[in-house]
Design a protein around this ligand. Structure first.
Ligand SMILES: [Zn+2]
Ligand SMILES: [Zn+2]
Length: 363
């Protein structure tokens, strides 16, 4: 819930007080945490956060599994809420609109990547929504969505229509764009044969988008338990990932969402000549999959690339596409006090759906 004082703070150009849940070191559990955000700039909006998704990257970040984290850390980069204050030069939003914020809150705005709305590949580095030093605001650390509000440049918020299911919009801002972007980058067209490797939250989104784009979609999963889910989503077939060595199908594109160790070359073999493999799943650093010169040469004339979320223009396009075709992640709403439990379930593989925190439950 928004603090009463926030609106006057915004109006008076003061720092915005906020509260949420934070960890104070990498093996800590989440505890209530009070902090403040930078004042509302002329191009900024203040959003009352209504829903925040829990992404697996939040866990990697909170536990310093990719890099040493900045603590105290308030994770959360799948944010949906209501605009409650706008800076004097804001043109895209007015008070009462719904807005979403994903993995970044700013970028240099001047480099070639930024000019092409590939802000995530900014040459100076994007300012990530949390666990990052904000070079626009005296290098203060950024705090994410497990909280009651966020102040963000309007250029880094997407517009959300009033009738959209906000609790489903939140996770689209990471899981959705992460899988939508490589499908667009590889220019998927009707009839293309696509395999999605890894069938967790990201894999499911990739399948739904690829099916909607008219592709013939196949899934590789750790076991066949989720076969019916895959078929219901429109996939042609689900293979056990150990089948990758014997499968005879050849694909135009493979999207790997696998978050655990695997052999990239096993999948390259399954591409048609000229085919592409887009990697979006990121296992912890010490078990990262690798491919050597031989793996590339003996799979010649196939392309492997990585893909990191998407630019702001593309994120808006993804959201509009998802709402139009009702493509949403499977979600489970939890209260703010259940974050620790959700992390345990996610780590042990017990979580079935994407957890979304109802921020109205924050006390
Ligand atoms: Zn994420
Ligand atoms: Zn830039």
């Amino acid at each position: 819930m928004l603090l009463d004082s926030n609106l006057s703070e915004a109006k008076e150009g003061k720092r915005i007080s906020a509260k949420g849940y934070a960890v104070s070191h990498k093996s800590d559990t989440f505890k209530p945490y009070e902090f403040s955000r930078h004042a509302l700039g002329e191009k900024d909006i203040l959003i009352e956060i209504l829903y925040a998704g829990i992404c697996h990257s939040d866990i990697h970040s909170a536990r310093s599994e990719w890099k040493e984290g900045i603590y105290p850390m308030v994770p959360g980069h799948e944010i949906a809420g209501k605009v409650v204050a706008v800076g004097s030069k804001v043109s895209k939003f007015k008070i009462g609109d719904y807005a979403g914020v994903g993995c970044m809150v700013n970028s240099c705005g001047e480099c070639e990547a930024c000019k092409a709305s590939n802000e995530q590949y900014c040459e100076r580095g994007m300012v990530a929504t949390y666990d990052c030093y904000d070079y626009f605001h005296n290098n203060e650390p950024t705090f994410g969505g497990y909280s009651n509000n966020i102040v963000v440049s309007e250029n880094f918020a997407v517009t959300v229509p009033k009738d959209a299911p906000l609790e489903k919009v939140a996770p689209l801002l990471c899981a959705g764009i992460t899988t939508y972007a490589p499908l667009k980058f590889s220019q998927v067209k009707p009839g293309d044969k696509i395999a999605v490797a890894g069938f967790g939250g990201l894999g499911m989104m990739a399948v739904k988008y690829a099916v909607q784009m008219g592709a013939e979609v196949y899934v590789f999963a750790r076991n066949k338990k989720k076969e019916q889910d895959a078929l219901t989503m429109g996939a042609k077939k689900l293979y056990d990932s150990t089948d990758s060595k014997v499968v005879r199908e050849r694909f135009d594109l493979i999207i790997s969402t696998i978050p655990t160790p695997y052999n990239i070359a096993d999948y390259l073999k399954l591409l048609k000549l000229g085919g592409e493999m887009g990697i979006v799943g990121l296992p912890p650093t010490e078990v990262e999959p690798k491919i050597g010169a031989a793996g590339l040469i003996f799979n010649a004339h196939k392309k492997v690339y990585g893909s990191l979320i998407g630019g702001m223009k593309e994120t808006q396009e993804m959201l509009d596409f998802s709402l139009k075709h009702k493509i949403y992640p499977e979600t489970e709403i939890i209260s703010a006090s259940q974050i620790n439990e959700a992390y345990e379930n996610l780590t042990s593989g017990r979580a079935r759906f994407r957890y979304v925190i109802d921020m109205g439950t924050l006390e």
